[in-house]
Design a protein around this ligand. Sequence first.
Ligand code: 8HG
Length: 292
Amino acid sequence: MDYESVEQIENGILLSNVKNFELKHIFECGQCFRWNKTQNGSYIGVAFNRVIEVQKQGEDVIIYNTDMKDFNLIWKEYFDLSTDYALIKESLKEDPLLNKAIDFGYGIRILNQECFEMIISFITSANNRIPMIKKCIENMSRMWGKPIEYNGKTYYGFPEVSKIAQASISELESTGTGFRAKYIKDTAERIYENNNIDYIRSLNDDECHNELMKFNGIGPKVADCIMLFSMQKHSAFPVDVWVKRAMIHFYLAPDVSLNKIRDFGRKKFNNLSGFAQQYLFYYARENNIKLD
Ligand code: 8HG
């Protein structure tokens, strides 16, 4: 467990002596799209139809606008607080090449986010840039999500499956998703009809990956992101251009297809592949590494 104790405070909860928890690393490592930094250095985000604000004070973490009930029900798992990241890092650091990436993003934690939201978010992510993906998701939430007030501002929860399934393609396009609008609608319709996310999640990693790829707009990379960020499947190794560059940079892996790099990474890191991928993605993107 990566914190010592938790207590209720006036407008939230306080976690003391939290280890392996850096706000910038967690919220800016590419895994989430609904978190924004405030002027005082805290981050405000929307998840599970709630708005929370997270702040670090020394080794303590304060989560505002919540209570012990929601902490135990939602946030403890959302922030993956029962996982000992020191163990994961120690094990991954046996590989000396990953050291540099881990030292750089030492406070990363994999967030356990909502499946449907991740499915739609990562369909939106295909050939897209993170600031644009964030805008699309914000627009969808504004159009079909539940309004939530916090500190005089209105935020919006991520829409229910039915809302996106029933939206028109042109409405979906108007959120900025472009050619992905029809995939989003089709996938939401199928999930609405079959109600099969829990089933897909219950499958083993390889079967889950195959099943996700049956949806329109979900290829190997998008399926891996969904599995890693919302289904706790840690053998997932999503390879985008940044991870590809990092793998070539660190491992002198040959410049081959994304699928070959995926196989190479999964063999190397096994059930810690997803974590390794996140340290690599963050390192490569923040340092803008290029191949020479
Ligand atoms: O966390 C991520 N890992 C990987 N491998 N790819 C990601 C993550 N987050 C994210 O948005 N992407 C994709 O990378 C979306 C987009 O295609 C690109 C942004 O640099």
